[in-house]
Every structure is written in structure tokens, then in C-alpha cells.
Design a protein around this ligand. Structure first.
Ligand code: FES
Length: 99
């Protein structure tokens, strides 16, 4: 696993663009839950960096597909395929992630 960010570096509702294994990714904190997703929409390959967060999902700012942050599942059209999500561990005061 790769160290992504310190747990004191984001507040709930915040996000940061990172690279994990050279893959563009978003680390997102919601309460005490941490998510690391590949920052590439499965619909048209666009980044979702500034997408709206709703509960534990993100809305792609391009055409409004919505993805579950935990599973990557596409929740509405126009996306039909999941995005990749990283496995996450919290230890030593940091977030660690791997595909
Ligand atoms: S690129 Fe994300 S919904 Fe189209």
C-alpha cells in the first residue's frame, strides 16, 4: 500500500488530488470515512475532481453521472460502468491505499 495523506490534512467534506501508483486519484474524507477513487469518469474519461459530493457519492461535473465512493458503482446514467476504487487502510496517522 502507498501512503496517501495524513489523517490531519483533510476535514470532513474535503478532498485532495493525489497520485497512487502513478494513477490520478481523489482522496475524500466524509466524517471518519476515507475514500480513494480513481479520478477518471467511466463515462468519458474526464476528471471528477470538483464533482459535488452527495452522501457517500460523487457527481461527475461533465454529464452528471453519479458514483458510489465505496464501491465505485455507477448510480445513474450516462455512466453504466463502475469507476475503480482503492482499498484503504488507516494506520500510523495516515491514509494508505492500493488498487
Ligand atoms: S464524463 Fe463523467 S458523466 Fe460524462
Amino acid at each position: 500500500m502507498e501512503r496517501v495523506i495524513g489523517t490531519d490534512e483533510l476535514q470532513s467534506g474535503e478532498r485532495r488530488s493525489v497520485f497512487v501508483d502513478d494513477i490520478p486519484a481523489l482522496v475524500i474524507r466524509i466524517g471518519d470515512q476515507w475514500f480513494v477513487i480513481e479520478d477518471v469518469c467511466s463515462h468519458d474519461g474526464q476528471p471528477m475532481t470538483d464533482g459535488e459530493l452527495i452522501d457517500c457519492s460523487i457527481v461527475c461535473p461533465r454529464h452528471s453521472a453519479r458514483f458510489d465512493l465505496a464501491s465505485g458503482r455507477a448510480m445513474c446514467m450516462p455512466a453504466t460502468e463502475a469507476i475503480r476504487v482503492f482499498s484503504v487502510e488507516i494506520r500510523d496517522g495516515a491514509v494508505w491505499a492500493a488498487l
